[in-house]
Design a binder for this molecule. Structure first.
Ligand code: ADP
Ligand code: MG
Length: 153
């Protein structure tokens, strides 16, 4: 687990770019935090860092936005969803997220709390907290690390 303080949109995007280096195809990243805390901003930084020229918009009124990635040998696509308007895990099942577990895709989902708490296949969670003004606290948790440290006990 690690935490970062960011003081601007650009700084949040740089943290996302740094984080993108450790992603492998199949990773599922849950983005948790209040409205305006920076979840979509983080996604923009991540998509840009992985080499997509597309502009990331909030997917609130569409089920998912897909960003093809060029020039990365393994990650071919980023899929970004926002579950703010969902109300159950059942609705999430209809999305058939498994179809994104294709060995080439990174999935990012905002508001995992709306769809049962944990996303299917979730590998990372990023928490976003308002700290007043433009300051945000970002905390990144890798579920793989948790399992490893549990196994070592
Ligand atoms: P969310 O997706 O969590 O609802 P957004 O990323 O869409 O939030 O919006 C965050 C808003 O807060 C943007 O308008 C952005 O410019 C502003 N902002 C101010 N400071 C920061 C920061 N440190 N990190 C991210 N966004 C920030
Ligand atoms: Mg958002």
């Amino acid at each position: 687990m690690e935490s970062y303080l960011t003081h601007s949109q650009e700084e949040t995007q740089r943290i996302a770019a740094m984080f993108s280096n450790r992603l492998v195809p199949g990773d599922v990243v849950a983005l948790e935090g209040d409205l305006g805390a920076g979840k979509t901003t983080f996604t923009q930084g991540l998509v840009a860092a992985l080499g997509s020229l597309a502009r990331v918009k909030s997917p609130t009124f569409t089920v998912a936005h897909e960003y093809p990635i060029e020039g990365n040998s393994r990650i071919r696509r980023i899929v970004h969803s926002d579950f703010y308007r969902f109300s159950s895990a059942e609705e999430l099942r209809e999305l058939e997220l498994e179809s994104y577990h294709d060995g080439a895709t990174i999935f990012l989902g905002e508001w995992p709390e709306r769809v049962g708490g944990v996303l299917p296949g979730e590998t990372y969670r990023v928490f976003f907290k308002h700290q007043g003004g433009d300051t945000r606290l970002l905390t990144i948790i890798s579920h793989a690390q948790e399992e490893t440290s549990l196994n070592q006990q």
